[in-house]
Design a protein around this ligand. Structure first.
Ligand code: SF4
Ligand code: SF4
Length: 93
């Protein structure tokens, strides 16, 4: 139980500002830069039958948090300053 809590404490907070990250489908620089594939590209709406998802609904999110090494390569490569990674429960990057 103690070890479990310690492991959970190491998980990062990954925040993406969707207003700044306006075209992730065409950018994807952070996803390509992350050496451990922590980030994922998805949509913030459920898929609708026979209807294409509008590009504005695509978002970048942390997915495999446990593999984040805090290298900040995603932060450095983002041209719009849209992504922040922190291990202290707050945002430092
Ligand atoms: S800080 Fe490094 S390991 Fe973590 S999500 Fe960003 S690029 Fe990936
Ligand atoms: S690098 Fe920045 S703008 Fe590009 S997809 Fe990632 S968060 Fe969005």
């Amino acid at each position: 139980m103690v070890a479990e809590a310690a492991e959970m404490a190491l998980l990062p907070t990954i925040q993406v500002d969707d207003k700044k990250c306006s075209d992730p489908l065409n950018c994807r620089l952070c996803l390509l830069a992350c050496p451990t594939r922590v980030l994922g590209l998805g949509t913030n709406v459920a898929p609708q039958k026979y209807k294409e998802t509008d590009l504005s609904h695509f978002v970048v999110r942390g997915v495999r948090y446990q593999f984040c090494t805090a290298c900040h390569k995603c932060v450095d490569v983002c041209p719009h300053g849209a992504i922040a990674v922190s291990f202290d429960g707050g945002v430092t990057a």
